[in-house]
Design a protein around this ligand. Structure first.
Ligand code: IPE
Ligand code: IPE
Ligand code: MG
Length: 238
């Protein structure tokens, strides 16, 4: 998926202070509606933007990227829209399986048990076949921060635990093995987390932009990164 494509022009690089960016890819529906097109069209454009941005994030030296692709609440949408998003996901998995050159280790984070077996098996295959690649890309599908924490607690209960630590919960999250995001970018103009990475975002820097996700560009990534480096992270210290 990434290997053969033209590489984007790279303006910035990151260091150890910025290893993980997460994106709330919002605004696909509005982007399409403003063009008099059905919302589904916005999701396919959003898919193309996602590929471009993922390629760029790998290139600038990030180690981890997480994208919010479909939330536990997004099932409330019209069936036609949900079906279109699932179709885009399915096609994307096929592309991932076909392209052996990409340098991306895919992980699908969320409660995957809700998906049909065929889709789940495809996700598992993509994860397995990309597991030796250096850039970790978490794709959050049927993901909800509250669901994730509840699921983690239930796992610990199933193990017979009566007392637990913060580390125990972190170990049971879908994102296990991934450091917390340093920067969370939300496109689309809304100023909320919408149930994304509730546990992991405790000390993340947030960056909000009005740009709708299908319009989001590599220059916009540069801007978010530049803003990140202006922030002073104190983690509760002075
Ligand atoms: C984000 O774009 C993608 C998903 C939630 C799947 P939206 O579809 O929420 O776009 P807006 O916010 O309605 O414009
Ligand atoms: C958040 O966007 C979820 C994803 C981007 C997948 P929503 O469009 O679902 O968020 P709300 O409903 O505006 O809070
Ligand atoms: Mg939205």
């Amino acid at each position: 998926m990434f290997g053969k494509k033209k590489q984007p022009k790279q303006a910035v690089t990151v260091d150890e202070r910025l290893q993980h960016i997460a994106f709330i890819m919002d605004g696909n529906g509005r982007w399409a509606q403003r063009r008099g097109m059905p919302r589904e069209f916005g999701h396919s454009q959003g898919g193309a933007t996602f590929k471009k941005i993922a390629r760029y994030c790998e290139k600038v030296g990030l180690k981890y990227m997480t994208v919010y692709a479909f939330s536990t609440e997004n099932w409330k949408r019209p069936q036609k829209e949900v079906d279109a998003i699932m179709e885009i996901l399915d096609q994307y998995l096929d592309e991932c399986l076909a392209d052996k050159e990409e340098q991306v280790h895919f992980r699908f984070v969320g409660n995957l048990s809700i998906f049909p077996t065929s889709l789940r098996e495809k996700m598992e295959k993509v994860e397995r076949e990309s597991a030796d690649k250096p850039f970790i890309l978490n794709v959050a599908v049927n993901y909800g921060g509250r669901e994730e924490i509840t699921h983690a607690c239930n796992e610990l209960i199933r193990e017979g635990r009566t007392e637990i630590t913060e580390a125990d919960i972190s170990e049971k999250l879908y994102t296990v093995g991934c450091p917390d995001p340093d920067l969370i970018v939300r496109t689309g103009g809304d100023l909320r987390s919408s149930n994304f990475l509730l546990w992991q975002s405790a000390y993340a820097e947030y960056y909000f932009t009005k740009v709708l996700w299908p319009d989001y560009s590599t220059n916009d990534v540069d801007e978010a990164i530049a803003e990140f480096y202006k922030r002073k992270r104190r983690f509760g210290g002075v």
